[in-house]
Design a protein around this ligand. Structure first.
Ligand code: FUL
Length: 455
């Protein structure tokens, strides 16, 4: 417990642990992997699903090597095919000839994750196979499916509720009983992060391009909204709501490939594209959920796993050398939470400004080159900063004469859990962070400077 009053809604312990995972893996896997479709219509023969070299340990090896902390598997996508022998459906791996109908991907997946990465599950409410879809009975089927999965294979760290909703065989659109879905989850696993368009655990970021807003609040107004058909506009999900009533941080889901499922003619994004996504997601107060789909063998192919290792290496290269090392910070502070705390790597130590517009100064032993600024607000006490700018002490031309003074090198709006700003290279021994607009006195737990051009 902190001796500082939190401001507004704050993350639960689970939401904080979730946000600190930073990058997780999404695995879209099912009949579409074999048919080439993205949205199977549910008529696919069960025998189509035949991952003859399935190895979920290999997925975990790849995720670990890539620095990912969790994996979410599509146990049931819109085609309704269940990757476990479900009692709630007749369209499952038990009806396929794979492993003579005795296979269980969800079991292999959760066994492989145990003790290594956290396991999460995607179960699509939209079901294009189930005969009851489009009627009230289907809501009970879906509840029973949740019950079955979470009691047999849990605990899962995250339950992913896709908002997609189509028509059933009777031509009727399903009315999902969202309150009952969420209530059932709270009963089955109160610690699970519940993803939906509007949370409550985390929200959809409003696009599938790998981009949170430059302004990105962890807070959202969810009163009167429901996932699927009555959610805030996508742009609002991208930015969140300043002063929003609930803590519902953004999850940035995007695929390493053009499609969500593996297709033979598609290839992974380049390291440059992945870095861009990283800066635009983790670097904008979001969690990156990067989809890496297993192939028809039931493994992550070499091309994708190599790309992920290169992506990891690039992040390690850039972020391993904080040039503030050996420096000092100062600024007016509240009760022992002094400015120097922003320079250490301990998560729970922070600078608590004494006033809403206090400036934070950083001095380094040498004039260092840097082109990336990392800022972190201590979100357990709420998200407070609405806009700021950063000045560096450096030579500048004033009234036709060279002198040394403060030059603004970056401007930003929100910070939140983490904000990464890329700027043209600066060489300076001093900088200051000026908070232009805040909802309450800033609380900052980390500032670091990096040089992306360093070898
Ligand atoms: C969407 C789905 O329709 C896509 O197939 C994919 O699963 C994506 C993550 O969510 O709503």
């Amino acid at each position: 417990m902190s001796d500082i009053e939190p401001y507004g809604p704050v993350p639960t312990a689970q939401q904080l642990a979730w946000q600190r995972m930073e990058i997780n893996m999404f695995c879209h896997f099912g009949p579409n992997t074999f048919s080439g479709a993205e949205w199977g219509d549910g008529t696919e023969a069960e025998d189509l699903f035949n991952p003859h070299k399935l190895n979920c340990n290999q997925w975990v090896d790849v995720a670990e090597a890539a620095g990912m902390k969790g994996i979410i598997l599509t146990a049931k996508h819109h085609d309704g095919f269940c990757l476990w022998p479900s009692q709630q459906s007749s369209h499952t791996i038990a009806q396929s000839s794979w492993n003579e109908g005795n296979g269980d991907v969800l079991r292999e997946f959760t066994d492989a994750c145990r003790g290594r990465v956290k396991a999460g599950v995607y179960i699509s409410p939209w079901d294009r196979n189930h005969p009851a879809y489009g009627s009230d009975t289907y809501n009970d089927v879906f509840i029973n499916t949740l019950r079955e999965v979470h009691t047999t294979y849990g605990p899962f760290f995250e339950q992913w509720f896709d908002g997609a909703c189509g028509e059933g065989p009777n031509g009727k659109k399903q009315h999902y009983n969202w309150p009952l879905f969420m209530q059932t989850m709270n009963e089955l696993n109160p610690s699970a992060i519940l993803f939906s368009d509007i949370g409550p655990g985390c929200r959809w970021v409003g696009n599938e391009e790998g981009r949170a807003g430059e302004t990105c609040w962890g807070t959202l107004n969810t009163e009167g909204a429901t996932p699927s058909d009555n959610k805030p506009a996508p742009e609002e999900l991208t930015t969140g709501h300043q002063g929003g009533s609930q803590w519902v941080p953004a999850e940035v889901d995007v695929s390493i490939r053009p499609g969500w499922f593996w297709h033979p003619d598609e290839h992974p994004k380049s390291v440059e594209e992945l870095m861009e996504i990283y800066f635009n997601s983790v670097g904008r107060n979001g969690l990156l959920l990067l989809n890496v789909p297993p192939d028809t063998n039931g493994r992550i192919c070499a091309e994708d796993s190599l790309r992920l290792v290169e992506f990891r290496r690039e992040r390690d290269r850039i972020f391993s050398n904080d040039v503030t090392h050996g420096g000092h910070a100062h600024g007016n502070h509240l009760r022992g939470h002094q400015a120097d705390n922003v320079l250490d790597t301990a998560y729970h130590t922070y600078w608590a400004a004494s006033g809403a517009n206090d400036t934070l100064h950083i001095g380094m032993p040498d004039a260092n080159a840097f082109d990336i600024i990392m800022l972190q607000e201590y979100i357990p006490l709420g998200q407070r900063v609405a806009s700021f700018h950063i000045d560096c002490w450096q030579p500048c031309l004033k009234d036709g004469a060279w002198q040394v003074g403060w030059v603004t090198v970056a401007r930003g709006t929100t910070i939140g859990y983490k904000r990464l700003l890329r700027i043209p290279t600066v060489i300076s021994p001093r900088l200051r962070i000026v908070f232009d607009s805040t909802l309450a006195a800033p609380i900052i737990n980390r500032i670091a400077l990096f040089n992306s051009k360093a070898k």
